[in-house]
Ligand binder design. Structure first.
Ligand SMILES: NC(=O)c1ccc[n+]([C@@H]2O[C@H](COP(=O)([O-])OP(=O)(O)OC[C@H]3O[C@@H](n4cnc5c(N)ncnc54)[C@H](OP(=O)(O)O)[C@@H]3O)[C@@H](O)[C@H]2O)c1
Length: 263
C-alpha cells in the first residue's frame, strides 16, 4: 500500500524500453502506476518488481492501442481515476520501407498508436486534471519529427503531428495548472530496433555518441517536467539535429548520415 500519496501515473508502452524506464523512476518517486501495453506477462513481471521494491501499487492494463477497443478500455480506466497526476503517451513502433511498397495496415496501425490513441488519452485525462488544477502529460515524439525521412514516412509524420499537438495544447493549458511536455528522443537502446522490421539495421551504423539509454531519456524528461519545460530534447547532439532540421538542413543531414552508414 502506498502511503506517500504522490498520485497516479499511467504509462503506455510500459512493457519495455523508455516506458519501463519511466515506470521504474516514477515508482521510486512514490507514484502508483497503471502500466499499459499488449504483453500482459511482461507488464505483470514489471508491476510485481516495482511493488516489491517500492511502497506503491502497480496495476496492469493489457490493451492493444492500435485497436479502438484497446483505446476505449484505457479511456474508461482513466475516467475512473480520482487522482491521475501524470499521463505518458509512449507506446510506439517503427517500420522500414518505401511508403508505396509497405503494408498499409501497419502504417494505419501506427497512426492509431502514435496519434489517435495519444490524442484520445489526452482528451480523456484533461477534464479531471483541469478540475483538480494539477496534472502533467508527456507525449513521446522523436527526432524523426524534424527530419522527414525517406523509408520512414508515416513514422516522421505521426511524430511531427504529436509534437505540434503537444506544443499547441501546452499553450492552450497555460493558467490551468496542467503541463504538457513533448519528449523528443534520438537513438535510444531499447527493443525498438529488435523487431523483424529492423532485421537489416545495424546499430553500429549510428555512431555511439548518438545513442542514449532509456533510463537517461526518462530521467532527463522528468527533470525537464519539474522545470516546466514544454519540450525536452535530451542531449546536446540531438538538440543540434533538431536545430538543423528546423533550419531546413534536414534533407542534407539525412544524406550525410546515409553516406556515413554506407562507408
Ligand atoms: N528507441 C529509439 O531509438 C526511439 C527514438 C525516438 C523515439 N522513440 C519512441 O519511444 C517510444 C518508446 O519506444 P522504445 O524505444 O522504448 O521501444 P520499445 O522497447 O520497443 O517499446 C515500445 C513499447 O510500445 C508498446 N507498444 C507498441 N505497439 C503497441 C500497441 N499496438 N498497443 C500498445 N502498446 C504498444 C510496446 O509494448 P507491447 O509490445 O507489449 O504492446 C512497448 O512497451 C515510441 O513511441 C518510439 O517511437 C524511440
Amino acid at each position: 500500500m502506498n502511503t506517500q500519496n504522490v498520485g497516479t501515473a499511467l504509462i503506455t508502452g510500459a512493457s519495455s524500453g523508455i516506458g519501463a524506464a519511466f515506470s521504474r523512476q516514477l515508482a521510486s518517486r512514490g507514484f502508483d502506476l497503471i502500466l499499459v501495453a499488449r504483453r500482459e506477462k511482461r507488464l505483470s513481471a514489471i508491476a510485481a518488481e516495482l511493488e516489491k521494491s517500492n511502497a506503491i501499487d502497480a496495476e496492469i492494463l493489457a490493451a492493444d492501442l492500435s485497436k479502438p477497443a484497446g483505446i476505449e478500455r484505457t479511456e474508461r480506466r482513466i475516467a475512473e481515476l480520482p487522482n491521475l497526476t501524470l499521463l505518458i503517451n509512449n507506446a510506439g513502433f517503427g517500420t522500414t520501407g518505401k511508403f508505396a511498397d509497405v503494408n498499409l495496415d501497419k502504417q494505419l496501425d501506427m497512426i492509431q498508436v502514435h496519434v489517435i490513441a495519444s490524442v484520445r488519452l489526452c482528451r480523456a485525462s484533461l477534464p479531471g486534471m483541469i478540475a483538480r488544477g494539477k496534472g502533467s502529460i508527456i507525449n513521446v515524439c522523436s527526432l524523426a519529427a524534424f527530419i522527414p525521412m525517406p523509408g520512414n514516412v508515416t513514422y516522421s509524420a505521426t511524430k511531427a503531428c504529436l509534437y505540434v499537438f503537444s506544443n499547441a495544447l501546452q499553450t492552450e493549458l497555460i493558467g490551468t495548472g496542467v503541463k504538457v511536455q513533448a519528449l523528443v528522443p534520438g537513438f535510444i537502446h531499447t527493443e525498438f530496433h529488435d523487431s523483424s522490421e529492423f532485421a537489416s539495421f545495424d546499430r553500429s551504423q549510428i555512431p555511439r555518441p548518438f545513442w542514449m539509454t532509456a533510463e537517461e531519456a526518462a530521467s532527463k524528461s522528468l527533470s525537464a517536467l519539474e522545470r516546466n519545460k514544454p519540450v525536452c530534447i535530451p542531449g546536446f547532439k540531438n538538440r543540434l539535429i533538431v536545430a538543423m532540421g528546423r533550419s531546413g538542413l534536414a534533407n542534407l543531414l539525412w544524406k550525410i548520415l546515409t553516406r556515413y552508414a554506407s562507408t
